[in-house]
Design a protein around this ligand. Structure first.
Ligand code: ADP
Ligand code: MG
Length: 775
């Protein structure tokens, strides 16, 4: 019977989700302990939690005890008694699952109780948030709860000093954004002295907004770069390109990803550069410079793609509408934008190391996470992370009214309708939150609203410090808030706002918060995230998505879309055929995203594996006398010679410094090599080779050579290097470590071709399918 049930369970319930009924039983046992726990003094409560440390791992008894103590701690520290569903969430997190709990259900607290549970089992926990603000907020907010449970907590952010990082990572629980924790991992791995490292062995990670980190960001590499020689943009080229006009001198493709000179434009540039022939092949440097300058000039817009502040170019992450601190474009482009804005060039450099978000996460022994929207990607979480999803019911049933899409023939008609809807709803005082695709759309909408005499606040990079505070007020009477998809996430939107909570009932009687989407997002999951901002904790609320047949997504992924019926006078299309096209376009887009993820992972998996192998070796060099042993073996004569005149520990240190230097440099070279291989493979793919196989065929033997080469190069250095009391004088040998390093995420890489290629493949597939169906 059980076998039969297993076989059918796939059809009966959602696959890749877990059964939560078991833990529901355990809640009774928590309740039963409550009275006893309530009578404990604070210090007795802490002592009772400390007693849990004796059991490792937790059994059911300990789990129930933790929940009872955690609930009591929250009551005392926050004056909030965790709901049963929050305890269920905590227990599923402790079981290593991704927990789905809607927005406003109190995941921060559920996560903290779970983190405390892991910590009490002697396992350090990293709680990953989507940004620095949330990391710090949550660590400080939950601090008193942790304190009562006798668990130490800290946080890291972009501005943390080395000492602060050190201290934060030494705590039982450390909060940080994905990128900050990732960058620390990268920076640590360049240390040549154990004492300089801030992190420690990764054990448990609890990921907030898990779908966005584990799925959406998974393909994003975190990069550590260091300064080598300068590549500077020629201000002369920028000056020439600045005079060029679209249409006449250059053209852009529709999606704004590429720009190229027209014949006329090329002539002008060639003449201005003193009559060179740019395309002869002799002047490829010049041509690259012109192309970068043109890209900066034609495709990147100030205040949309980047802002200039303090004489520096700061990138804006368009989907988040926030400044991406200390992030850069690839070198040529960064320099070109600086030249365009007539700024002093900043340093350029080479990639010292890089790790994908997925690679970062896979370092942890245990991964768990929480989000409002996990079940839609349950299969992917299983495929990429072997994670399962636990769907936790809401504390109070959701009564939000989600309207059917309103679809229009053109973008103009759609936007007109959106503005009209906002204006008429706003007249009633009902608060409205509008989700847009990017900063540019937000700005356009804000302008149209102003023309319609509707005051609104726009969340974009210019006010990102106050972003959270603004979003918190989005539920206030009469508020109109325009925001990109990611902006202000993690902030609770209470009806009536935070200043006048007594307005709650007034706003509720108007229907609660109305959420409007200006277009369907790349996946229905993102649509759901937006909708989820309304209707928290059983509040009334509503949502509606607008779309048009001319929306980028529809044009791109359902290029044959046509209206089923004639539009009405306002351009509205209410027929089911049109709706199907809009749905279809989103489905295709979801497929493209998945394909990109799979493809990226195919490549990065190998690189991450090589990285891991090499770093284990590096760690041994760093922590043991392995370097000395190796040097004594490969350069035995020289070694014995040196041993006569130097102390053992000095020599040991020198060997370590030399080998670490060559290892790091060799890895940097290997990364550049792999990037080249990958680039050229796309060309070979045209020649019908399977790219990923070809990649492996080239990457694996190359990697095998590395350790011998490190030893060889080190032996060579050892021959000539001067050895002083502080070790090897590498500088004198011209072996310089990068003097400055910086980090960025490749989100913002406009040269990224993966997305484009995956798209092309899917398009071709669809064409095939369609073609086949027609025949
Ligand atoms: P989520 O991350 O799930 O969207 P948050 O953790 O931000 O939700 O919490 C939303 C709001 O609910 C916060 O203002 C928090 O103070 C409140 N809250 C959480 N748990 C409780 C509780 N058990 N009782 C009352 N309020 C709670
Ligand atoms: Mg949250």
């Amino acid at each position: 019977m059980r076998r039969v049930k297993d076989r059918f369970s796939r059809f009966l319930d959602r696959p890749a989700t877990v059964d939560i009924s078991h833990y529901k039983e355990l809640l009774k046992s928590v309740e039963w302990r409550e009275e006893k726990v309530g009578k404990l003094s604070d210090s007795e409560l802490t002592a009772a939690a400390a007693k849990l440390r004796e059991a490792d791992p937790f059994g059911e008894k300990e789990l129930a005890e933790l929940c009872a103590l955690g609930r009591e701690a929250a009551v005392r520290a926050l004056d909030e008694r965790p709901y049963d569903v929050q305890l269920l969430g905590a227990m599923e997190l402790l079981a290593g699952h991704v927990v789905q709990m809607a927005t406003g259900e109190g995941k921060t607290l559920a996560g903290a109780l779970a983190a405390a549970g892991y910590a009490l089992q002697g396992r350090p926990v990293h709680v990953m948030s989507v940004n620095d603000y949330l990391a710090r907020r949550d660590a400080e907010w939950m601090g008193p709860v942790y304190e009562l449970l006798g668990v130490s907590v800290g946080w890291v952010g972009q501005t943390s000093t080395q000492e602060e990082r050190h201290a934060a990572y030494a705590k039982d629980v450390t909060y940080g954004s994905v990128s900050e924790i990732g960058f620390d991992v990268l920076r640590d791995r360049l240390c040549t002295d154990v004492a300089d490292m801030v992190g420690r062995d990764p054990d448990v990670v609890l990921v907030d907004e898990a779908d966005s980190v584990l799925i959406d960001e998974a393909k994003v590499p975190l990069v550590l770069a260091g300064s080598a020689e300068d590549t500077q943009a020629d201000p002369e080229v920028a000056k020439i390109v600045r005079t060029l006009r679209p249409g006449a001198h250059y053209e852009r493709d529709e999606d704004g990803r590429n720009a190229w000179l027209t014949a006329r434009g090329a002539k002008i540039v060639e003449k201005a550069l003193g009559g060179v022939d740019l395309y002869s092949g002799e002047h490829s440097d010049r041509l690259a410079a012109v192309n970068a300058a043109l890209h900066a000039h034609a495709l990147l817009e100030r205040d949309v793609d980047y802002i200039v502040r303090d004489g520096k170019v700061h990138l804006i992450n368009s989907s988040r509408g926030r400044i991406a601190l200390r992030q850069r474009w690839p070198d040529g482009l960064q320099a070109a934008v600086e030249a365009k804005e007539r700024l002093r060039p900043t340093e350029s450099g080479e990639v010292l190391d890089s790790i994908s978000v997925q690679g970062l996460i896979s370092r942890y022994r245990t991964v768990c996470g929480m989000t409002g929207t996990a079940s839609a990607v349950a299969e992917q979480l299983r495929e990429f992370y072997e994670l399962r999803v636990a769907v936790i019911p809401p504390n109070k049933p959701c009564v939000r009214e989600d309207e059917a899409d309103r679809i229009y023939d053109t973008v103009e008609h759609k936007e007109k309708a959106i503005v009209a809807e906002i204006a008429s709803t706003h007249a009633t005082g009902r608060p409205i939150l509008i989700g847009t695709a990017d900063v540019a759309e937000s700005e356009r909408l804000a302008k149209m609203l102003a023309e319609a005499d509707v005051q609104c606040v726009v969340l974009n990079a210019k006010n990102d410090a106050q972003e959270a505070a603004i979003v918190a007020e989005a539920g206030a009477h009469g508020a109109v808030t325009v925001s990109t998809q990611m902006a202000g996430r993690g902030t609770d939107i209470r009806l009536g706002g935070t200043d006048t909570p007594e307005d709650h009932d007034k706003v509720a009687s108007l229907g609660g918060l109305l959420v409007i989407g200006t277009g369907r997002y790349q996946s229905s999951r993102l649509d759901d995230q937006l909708r989820g901002r309304s209707g928290r904790q059983g509040d009334p609320g509503g949502s509606v998505m607008f779309a048009s047949l001319a929306d980028d997504q529809v044009v791109q992924y359902a290029p044959d879309a046509t209206a089923g019926d004639k539009p009405d006078d306002d351009g509205r299309l209410a027929d089911p055929t049109t709706q199907r096209f809009v749905d279809h376009a989103q489905k295709v887009s979801e497929g493209v995203q998945l394909e990109i993820h799979r493809n990226t992972w195919r490549y990065t998996r190998l690189i991450e594996h090589q990285r891991k192998v090499l770093l284990e070796y590096r760690d041994e060099l760093l922590r043991t006398d392995l370097a000395a042993t190796e040097m004594a073996a490969v350069a035995s004569e020289r070694w014995s010679e040196l041993a006569e005149s130097h102390d053992d520990d000095v020599l040991e240190r020198a060997a370590r410094q030399i080998m670490l230097f060559h290892l790091d440099q060799r890895w940097t070279e290997h990364l550049a090599f792999l990037a080249d291989v990958r680039e050229s493979i796309h060309l070979r793919a045209l020649a019908k080779e399977t790219p990923i196989d070809e990649f492996h065929r080239t990457a694996i033997p190359e990697f095998r050579k590395i350790s011998d080469e490190i030893a060889e190069r080190s032996a060579k250095t050892l021959k000539t290097v001067e050895i002083t009391a502080s070790g090897a004088n590498l500088e004198a040998e011209g072996l310089r470590r990068p003097s400055a390093t910086w980090t960025y995420m490749v989100h913002d890489n406009p040269f990224d071709t993966d997305a484009e290629q995956a798209l092309q493949r899917v398009r071709a597939m669809i064409k095939k399918v369609r073609g086949g169906a027609r025949r």
